[in-house]
Ligand binder design. Sequence first.
Ligand SMILES: Nc1ncnc2c1ncn2[C@@H]1O[C@H](COP(=O)(O)OP(=O)(O)OP(=O)(O)O)[C@@H](O)[C@H]1O
Length: 243
Amino acid sequence: MSSRPAPTASTTPADDASERLGLVMRAVSLRHGNAAETVQALDDVDLTVRPGELAAVVGPSGAGKSSLLAVAGGLARPDHGTVTVAGQDMTVPSRRTRTELRRRHVGFVFQSGNLLPALTAADQLRLPLQLGPRSQRSGRDPLKLLADVGMADKADRRPHQLSGGERQRVGIARALVTEPSVLLVDEPTAALDRARSHEIVQLLAREARHRSVAVVMVTHDHDVLQYCDTVYEMVDGKLAASS
Ligand SMILES: Nc1ncnc2c1ncn2[C@@H]1O[C@H](COP(=O)(O)OP(=O)(O)OP(=O)(O)O)[C@@H](O)[C@H]1O
């Protein structure tokens, strides 16, 4: 673990400006299902992730980890509670507004990299810049960013010409190219061997710090927690700082 400030107690109010630039979730609850059968996916969750912080969320299958990422990124609206990213309310009713906020402030990284098969690594990064809001189109330079993640010499390759770890690097670079405030990462090492897993999480930690991104990483991989600033455990929809 780094020598960063101790994890925010999950009940700490968002009382300083730097917190507000990252991710702040307060008293967030989310139920799935219908009147006959409901699941409390998130139960009164508080979470603060500051810019530059890599926070891990561990917990058993079905505990609510994916639901947490979905709500943090404005993909799902909670039943109760508040969620802000870079000070912006991610729970507004308008789906279109949430999509815009997400494009502007949030990056997602998925298990397998989720790359488009037809595009080269460089074009995977150019696409979000072309799709994003006009103000964001500058973003980071795709080729420089690929070099930063160790992929300078493979910018012209398509996903099937890359290894799993390389695809994951491109997926991370693609999520960072629009300079998000918050990066939401779902099981980034699930398809990788031990050495590649360590490299990928070290890369996430480095980018979080150098670029002041608040990163939330869901993982089952306890081996990589050493690179994280804070570790939370989710059980039955409840989130607690891990001891
Ligand atoms: N769309 C949905 N409709 C009904 N129930 C759902 C829905 N999505 C998730 N759930 C339920 O909500 C709970 C939390 O699911 P979630 O996917 O957030 O867990 P998880 O911790 O990410 O699990 P895993 O580690 O297996 O991916 C589970 O009981 C799940 O079955």
